[in-house]
Design a protein. Structure first.
Length: 286
């Protein structure tokens, strides 16, 4: 490989050796190279997703496609820190489910190969597999919020796929994953409130790779996703969902007042959503 070819690379195989706890496969994970103008930060979306501008030298780069750690043999997938920690019961479940998770993934992307460099299709598939594989983890790993995060990231990557290959129904799939994320984010808070699952197993909440919005980001996304992708058809269900979202944001405001470290821009976004919810509730009561 020439010096020029090396300079144009956006990823590399990590020297760290991984051993899959499910099938015993030994592999090296593909990682994103940093620096050199590979990432040109663009705007932040209402979903706290950082967009990036294509660079003249490297073209389009998608950091999220490298985030999930995937065994290239059995396709067991998890966040990097969790990957080697799957309990034995979970390993048994993962072995039993191996062929079905591969088959189900191939229904969407029939030519996936995790032994090759990742593209957008592999990125979406890796997040779908993470969503699926956290079913094998117990409550100490905070699996529900991690499933919500994987579902939201899958939706973002599907947006990118839809831009590059329109009319392939990627936009419809992105909507399904956002609805799934809406349920999972709110379910994680519900489970925490009733003492069935804490969020302490989640060290970095993201949701994207450039900034950790911590617990306040979770609350914001619970409310925002509920507002945008919660119940729409039934007026009673819609009103209940909006009132629930409003309570969640109100809790976030309270947390923001109690600490100087709360992210101001996030609170501003939350206020916009809060006002939009109040407006819709007022119109429904008129």
């Amino acid at each position: 490989m020439s010096i020029e070819e090396r300079e144009l690379k956006v990823s590399f195989l990590s020297k760290k050796e991984y051993t899959c706890p499910v099938c015993g496969e030994i592999f090296h994970k593909e990682e994103l190279l940093s620096g050199g103008g590979r990432l040109i930060a663009g705007p932040m979306t209402d979903e706290l997703h950082r967009l990036y501008e294509p660079s003249l030298k490297f073209g389009e780069v998608y950091p999220l496609i490298y985030q999930a750690t995937v065994c290239p043999e059995c396709w067991y997938t998890a966040m990097d820190a969790d990957f080697p920690l799957l309990p034995e019961k979970g390993c048994s479940l993962a072995r039993e489910d191996q062929e079905k998770r591969k088959t189900d993934t191939n229904l969407i992307f029939p030519d996936i190969d995790f032994r090759q460099s990742r593209g957008l299709a592999e990125g979406v598939a890796s997040q779908y597999l993470a969503l699926r594989c956290y079913e094998y983890f117990d409550k100490d790993f905070s699996p529900t919020i991690k499933q919500g995060l994987a579902s939201l990231r899958a939706a973002w990557l599907l947006d990118d796929l839809d831009t590059k290959a329109p009319r392939q129904h990627y936009d419809w799939l992105a909507l399904l994953f956002r609805r799934k994320a809406q349920f999972l984010y709110n379910e994680s808070i519900r489970l925490e409130q009733i003492g069935k699952e804490t969020l302490s197993g989640m060290k970095v909440f993201g949701p994207d790779t450039d900034k950790n919005y911590a617990y306040e980001g979770v609350l914001y996304l619970c409310a925002y996703l509920r507002y945008k992708f919660g119940p729409q058809e039934d007026p009673g269900e819609r009103k209940s969902a909006l009132e629930d979202a409003r309570r969640t944001i109100a809790k976030m405001f309270g947390m923001g007042k109690s600490s100087r470290e709360k992210p101001g821009p996030l609170l501003e976004q939350a206020r916009h959503v809060y006002n939009a919810i109040n407006k819709e509730l007022a119109e429904s009561d008129a």
